[in-house]
Design a protein around this ligand. Structure first.
Ligand SMILES: [Zn+2]
Length: 110
């Protein structure tokens, strides 16, 4: 997902994902990007009215045609991906709450 797609997605999110508790329409500054994958985005909206946090997962459909050419080499050898579970998303949110942005320390822990 590139920056312009992310920007467009945030604009759409504001109109279709109001606060579930009070209906507040989120402003740009009230939605944080947790992360993006190929065709998915994870966002957290913080409502200043009722202090409710909303975790938003968006799956973007590709604009490419639905059909694909079949390779002469046969099916891909890439492993199939498991769906992301709710617990994995919560783990990510908990990790990001305390993460100070120090990637060099994070990757040197291994
Ligand atoms: Zn609210």
């Amino acid at each position: 997902m590139n920056f312009s797609e992310l920007k467009r997605l945030l604009k759409e999110l504001k109109s279709v994902a109001p606060c579930r508790e009070c209906g507040h329409i989120f402003e740009d500054t009230e939605i944080n990007v947790v992360g993006t994958l190929h065709d998915q985005g994870f966002f957290v909206g913080h409502c200043p009215v009722c202090q409710h946090d909303l975790l938003i997962n968006v799956h973007v459909q590709a604009r490419r045609p639905a059909h694909r050419s079949i390779s002469k080499r046969g099916p891909s050898n890439s492993p199939s991906l498991k769906p992301i579970t709710q617990n994995e998303i919560l783990d990510l949110c908990n990790f990001l709450k305390d993460f100070n942005g120090d990637f060099s320390s994070l990757f040197s822990k291994q």
